[in-house]
Ligand binder design. Sequence first.
Ligand SMILES: Cc1cc2nc3c(=O)[nH]c(=O)nc-3n(C[C@H](O)[C@H](O)[C@H](O)COP(=O)(O)OP(=O)(O)OC[C@H]3O[C@@H](n4cnc5c(N)ncnc54)[C@H](O)[C@@H]3O)c2cc1C
Length: 113
Amino acid sequence: MTEKKLAVIIGAGIGGIATAIYLANNGYSVAVFEKNSAPGGRCGQLIREGHRFDLGATILMMPGIYREIFDTLGIPLFENNDIKPLENLYKIYFDNNDILAFSTNKEKMQIQL
Ligand SMILES: Cc1cc2nc3c(=O)[nH]c(=O)nc-3n(C[C@H](O)[C@H](O)[C@H](O)COP(=O)(O)OP(=O)(O)OC[C@H]3O[C@@H](n4cnc5c(N)ncnc54)[C@H](O)[C@@H]3O)c2cc1C
């Protein structure tokens, strides 16, 4: 019997987790080390007094990459969820009253920038 190669990943953010999935799927024995008490990194969450706070990511960007990873796991991420792209994403308000409205519409972004 051939021994599995060991891969060590430092950090259980989404990057480390995705890498671990791919390595495990390609026959590696994977160990993931995380310095915090829970995985997620900047995609993590905080639960306090029954309320859940996203600590970072809230917008699903580059869904194709997520789809690829979840497909690799055999988990149908989008099949049961009605996910529609939004044109207007969010606004940033500056001290001088400038507003930058982030959009997936390149023309709208070009005019503002
Ligand atoms: C406020 C905010 C909002 C965001 N909004 C969005 C969004 O809407 N959509 C989107 O797509 N992206 C968003 N992002 C970006 C997205 O969250 C990050 O790009 C992504 O989570 C980064 O993942 P990562 O695995 O590369 O790094 P990280 O999430 O930083 O993961 C690194 C992990 O490594 C651990 N680590 C570090 N050093 C060590 C060590 N020495 N030993 C052990 N563990 C260690 C850390 O604790 C952490 O868990 C946002 C980020 C922030 C901060």
